[in-house]
Write a protein of this length. Structure first.
Length: 401
């Protein structure tokens, strides 16, 4: 059995051939999954230093074998990589040379002699799970990492046809559910292991789905994902990643808001969110809220006002709508700031309201109608897929979308 946690936490040593300038040297190779790096070190005759320093595209690493317990990871060659670090020590006769290589593509694959079950392994998991999904085709199992709050997740699956697409589906479902991007570590498909060497940042989780409901949520998300065209998948992937990035990063509320406008714009389909009627239809919100979000976005992005001034100017513009739109009791924005006057104590409520609106938009698309966390007050609510819009022709148009 392939032990993912041990594979992640330990360095793994092996051998390879460094091929440069038509010369071949046997080297030691270290694969460090936790630090996302590959280290090559070797001894070189002192007179050949100039050749070694020529870190040109002619460098290749060939005949790679990495040992992990009784499992051998093999790869014919790594051709396309950067030299991200270079160290040299000299004893007067020989040189000890160490190079850190970074493949141009963040994912690198090896052949496996023994692999066990197909599975995907993630780090930066904040849920505790042992659940199955898709009629037991998928098992989610989390493992504790030493004494930290973060966990590993091993996703074991069977009878899945497009496995690369499935990995993206699982990644996005976890991202949305825990409100923080996991660190994709590796993916075993039959006798191959695909290892991710892209370094992820630390995120603060901002939960959307209670962990006990994750398998139910994944069932809905998987069915939703399978129904999308390839170009739609790219749009949702960008929107979810950007949305959760704005949610979880340790940056100012103002910066979070500016980032948060991007996923809204992805689905708006109109230049710079100009048409509040159309915008309100897509996100199933009042025209007042749609107008406010549009105005706030344009003021923050184009006029350089501070966050509190920008919110109050957006309120003033939104009040120019017809009276029936202003007194509409479906307004989410007016629920978080009832008097429409932002100050240093309440301005952050707008960020949480925008999270809530987009959370609800995604949950409705996914057709998830169980408990979720309300971003405004952090309480658990049941998503009812309630439609606020009464226009039947408009509803049909939205369904077609």
């Amino acid at each position: 059995m392939f032990d993912g946690s041990e594979f992640f936490l330990k360095e793994h040593n092996g051998k390879a051939i460094l091929n440069f300038s038509q010369k071949k040297i046997e080297i030691n190779l270290t694969l460090d999954i936790k630090e996302k790096k590959i280290i090559a070190d070797y001894t070189q005759d002192r007179q050949k230093i100039s050749q070694c320093q020529n870190v040109s595209p002619n460098f290749k690493i060939e005949n790679i074998e990495i040992n992990f317990n009784s499992i051998i990871l093999k790869k014919q060659s790594i051709d396309n990589f950067f030299i991200s670090d270079y160290k040299l020590s000299d004893n007067g006769i020989n040189q000890e040379i160490q190079i850190e290589i970074t493949p141009v593509l963040s994912e690198i694959n090896f052949s496996l002699e023994k692999s066990g079950s197909n599975h995907i392994f993630f780090n930066n998991i904040y849920m505790t799970l042992f659940q199955d999904s898709l009629d037991s085709k998928v098992i989610f199992k989390t493992l504790n990492i030493e004494k930290t709050k973060k966990k590993f997740m091993k996703t074991i699956y069977k009878d899945i046809h497009n496995e690369k697409d499935f990995k993206n589906c699982v990644y996005l479902a976890i991202t949305l559910a825990q409100g923080a991007q996991p660190d994709y570590v590796y993916h075993i498909i039959n006798n191959k292991i695909f290892i991710n060497l892209f370094k992820s940042d630390f995120d603060n989780p901002f939960f959307l789905i209670p962990e006990e409901n994750f398998s139910l949520f994944f069932d809905c998300f998987y069915e939703f994902w399978q129904g999308l065209e390839d170009n739609e998948k790219k749009l949702y992937e960008r929107a979810i990643n950007m949305f959760v990035y704005a949610k979880s990063k340790l940056i100012s509320i103002e910066s979070k808001l500016i980032l948060l406008f991007t996923p809204y714009e992805i689905f708006d389909e109109k230049p710079t969110m100009r048409d509040e009627k159309f915008f309100s239809k897509i996100f199933n919100i009042s025209r007042f809220d749609a107008k406010f979000i549009q105005e706030l976005r344009n003021i923050l992005v184009h006029k350089g006002e501070d966050i509190i001034t920008a919110i109050n100017l957006a309120f003033e513009e939104s009040k120019k709508l017809p009276k029936e739109e202003i007194i509409n009791n479906q307004s989410i924005i007016k629920k978080v700031i009832p008097d429409c006057k932002a100050n240093e104590f309440n301005f952050q409520n707008i960020f949480f309201a925008l999270l809530y609106i987009f959370d609800r938009f995604l949950l409705d698309k996914i057709k998830y109608n169980k408990d979720y966390y309300n971003a405004i007050n952090f309480s658990i609510e049941k998503n009812t897929n309630e439609i606020l819009i009464k226009d039947k022709e408009l509803l049909e148009e939205l369904k077609r979308r």
